[in-house]
Design a protein around this ligand. Structure first.
Ligand SMILES: *Cc1c(COP(=O)(O)O)cnc(C)c1O
Length: 330
C-alpha cells in the first residue's frame, strides 16, 4: 500500500523507530526488507544491530546524533543523520559524512531549523555532502492539512534558487492523502503496521491489514450479585446478577489503563466489553449469559477480529501509543 501511494519514483524510508512501533525491530526489518529502500529510526543501537544483521539499505537517523563522538559510528556503519539544530551542524562540518538530511521547521515547532539557520546550513553543506531537505507535517491527519506548511517550504525553495534539491516530507497520513507531498523519499510508519493514521478512517477502508494481535486468556470466573462492585475503586456496579471473567492482561502488558468500562474485547472469539478499572496484570470482562467461557478461553485484546483503533478510541489515545506500550511483558 505504501508503495502504491508513493509510486515508482519515490523511495521509501520504512520507519522502524521504537522497536518498530512495538513490533520488534529485527523481525519487522526482515518482513519489510523487499519494500524498504531504507530504514529510518531514532536509536543508534538499533541501527547498528540492523547493520550487524546484514541489512545493506541506507539508514536514516531521525534525530541525527546527540554527541560528536557518535559521528565515527555513523561513518563506520554508513548512517545518514538528520541535522536539525545549529550546534549539530557545526559539529557535522568539522567531520562531514557523505550524506545528510537537513530539517526545516515549517510550523510544527518541534525539531528543525528556522529559515535563516536553514539557508546558512544549506549553503555550507551543499558542496560538502549530499543534502536532502526534510520537514515534518503536524496536521496531515486532520482537517488543517499540509498546505500551510508546504507554502513555507516552497517559499524557501524559491529563495534558495535550487530546483534540484531533494526532499523528504511525507509521513503515512500525507502519503495517503496528499500525493503532492511524496517527494524523493517518503517516511511511512504507522501504515506499515496496518493501522490507520486518521481518527475517522478505519484501517480496513484504507486496505491496511493489522499486524499485531494482543492475546491472553481467562484465568478466573465469578458470579456477581446485583449491587456488587468490581476492582480498584469499584467503578463498576452490577445492576443485575452477572457473570464475569478475569483476563491475564493489564497495563503492565501494555493494555491501556484508561480504557473505560465498555471497551470492546473478544472472549472466545465473541465480542463483549471490559468492566471497571484495568489493573496492572488483569482486567475484567462481561460474560453474562455465556456458557462457553472457561479457564483458558482465549482472549483477543486487539488485532485479529478487533480493530486496535476501537480500543485506542475507548482509551482516549492513538494506536501508536498502544503499539509501543505492548512491548513490555509480551
Ligand atoms: C515517526 C515519524 C514518521 C512516521 O510517521 P507515521 O505517522 O507513523 O507514518 C515520519 N517522520 C518522522 C520524522 C517521524 O518521527
Amino acid at each position: 500500500m505504501a508503495r502504491q501511494h508513493a509510486g515508482e519514483s519515490t523511495r521509501l524510508w520504512c520507519v522502524v523507530k521504537a522497536d518498530a512501533y512495538g513490533h520488534g525491530l529485527m523481525r519487522t526489518a526482515e518482513a519489510l526488507t523487499d519494500l524498504a529502500d531504507g530504514f529510518a529510526l531514532i536509536e543508534l543501537e538499533g541501527a547498528i544491530a540492523l547493520r550487524q544483521a546484514g541489512f545493506r539499505q541506507p539508514i536514516l537517523m531521525l534525530e541525527g546524533f546527540y554527541h560528536a563522538d557518535e559521528l565515527s559510528l555513523f561513518a563506520h556503519h554508513d548512517l545518514t543523520p538528520v541535522l536539525h539544530s545549529p550546534p549539530q551542524i557545526e559539529t557535522f562540518l568539522k567531520r562531514p559524512l557523505p550524506t545528510a538530511y537537513l530539517k526545516l521547521n515549517t510550523g510544527m515547532n518541534r525539531l528543525g531549523l528556522n529559515e535563516c539557520e536553514f539557508t546558512y546550513a544549506f549553503n555550507a553543506l551543499r558542496h560538502v555532502t549530499d543534502v536532502t531537505v526534510m520537514t515534518h507535517f503536524a496536521d496531515a491527519d486532520d482537517i488543517r492539512g499540509v498546505d500551510w506548511q508546504m507554502t513555507r517550504l516552497t517559499a524557501l525553495w524559491t529563495a534558495l534558487g535550487d530546483p534540484l534539491v531533494k526532499t523528504s516530507l511525507a509521513n503515512s497520513a500525507a502519503l495517503l492523502r496528499y500525493p503532492k507531498t511524496v517527494g524523493h523519499w517518503a517516511r511511512p510508519g504507522i501504515m506499515l503496521y496496518g493501522s490507520s493514521p486518521f481518527q475517522e478512517v478505519a484501517a480496513a477502508a484504507l486496505d491496511l491489514q493489522p499486524v499485531m494481535t494482543l492475546e491472553s486468556e481467562v484465568i478466573a470466573l465469578r458470579d456477581l450479585k446485583q449491587g456488587e462492585r468490581i476492582g480498584y475503586g469499584g467503578t463498576f456496579t452490577a445492576e443485575k446478577p452477572m457473570r464475569i471473567a478475569m483476563v491475564a492482561c493489564g497495563y503492565g502488558d501494555g493494555y491501556p489503563r484508561h480504557a473505560t468500562t465498555g471497551t470492546p474485547i473478544l472472549v472466545g472469539h465473541q465480542r463483549t466489553r471490559t468492566l471497571g478499572r484495568v489493573s496492572m496484570d488483569k482486567l475484567c470482562v462481561d460474560i453474562t449469559g455465556r456458557t462457553d467461557v472457561n479457564f483458558g478461553t482465549s482472549v483477543i485484546l486487539w488485532g485479529k477480529g478487533l480493530p486496535v483503533e476501537e480500543v485506542a478510541a475507548a482509551a482516549g489515545t492513538i494506536t501508536y501509543e498502544l503499539f509501543c506500550a505492548a512491548t513490555s511483558r509480551h
